[in-house]
Design a protein. Structure first.
Length: 226
């Protein structure tokens, strides 16, 4: 994997992904997807998995790979999908590539705030699950991630994912406290993220239509690329 360039050296970008080491990744499925997501954020992983099942394609790019749980459990439309894993964190890339070894995925180390170093207009789907709330800036700035995803997706392909929001959604008091703590530590960058701003990004010209639903404080979305 080559070294990413440009804004990948931004301290806020680094902080948003630095906590994903082999220990946190080993516990991620239980602590984040199994506990925090349904109990604090109000959206269980099965709801997000359904979003994968509805939208994932044969040629798929995953931005912000996490542990690969969703790709490990979703229903691909073909037996041998072509999967490209994109993340700034080499440990997360290695962890997920091992988990998905049966598919022989291609790992690419890159910063999603920059144009993606993968072929343009070639992929059937791009997933970015629980990524946007880790990216610096408000959603008007982070919309570039959706634009970069659309740029590598064929017309009619799907860009989809989920993100934790701070405004325009129901945020339980314990979740609000945790959100503030995560933002203070640089783990999250979503204290300005509003549902209306996410909707505005999905209404940009690179998308023909979109679906957006809210589960607790989590927005689950999908959009069709023009």
């Amino acid at each position: 994997m080559s070294e990413p360039a440009g804004s990948s050296t931004d301290p806020e970008v680094i902080a948003g992904q630095a906590s994903y080491n082999r220990w946190t990744l080993s516990a991620y499925d239980l602590t984040v997807l199994g506990l925090a997501s349904p109990l604090l954020w109000g959206c269980g992983r099965r709801e997000m998995l359904r979003n994968y099942d509805r939208n994932v394609g044969a040629r798929h790019v995953e931005l912000g790979v996490g542990t690969g749980w969703f790709l490990d459990n979703c229903a691909f439309p073909v037996a041998r999908p072509r999967i490209t894993l994109v993340d700034l964190n080499p440990t997360a890339l290695e962890f997920t590539a091992r988990r998905l070894a049966r598919y022989t995925p291609t790992p690419v180390r890159a910063n999603v705030l920059e144009p993606l170093p993968v072929p343009a207009k070639e992929h059937d789907s791009v997933g970015l699950n629980f990524l946007l709330h880790c990216v610096p800036g408000d959603l008007r700035k982070k919309g570039v991630v959706l634009a970069h995803a659309a740029a590598v997706t064929r017309p009619g392909g799907r860009v989809f994912g989920a993100t934790v929001l701070a405004h325009g959604v129901r945020l339980r008091p314990p979740a609000r406290l945790l959100l503030r703590a995560y933002n203070a530590q640089g783990l999250f960058h979503n204290e300005a993220d509003h549902l209306d701003d996410l909707r505005a990004q999905l209404e940009q010209d690179h998308f023909a239509d979109y679906d957006l639903t809210v589960h607790g404080s989590v927005a689950v979305f999908s959009a069709t690329v023009r």
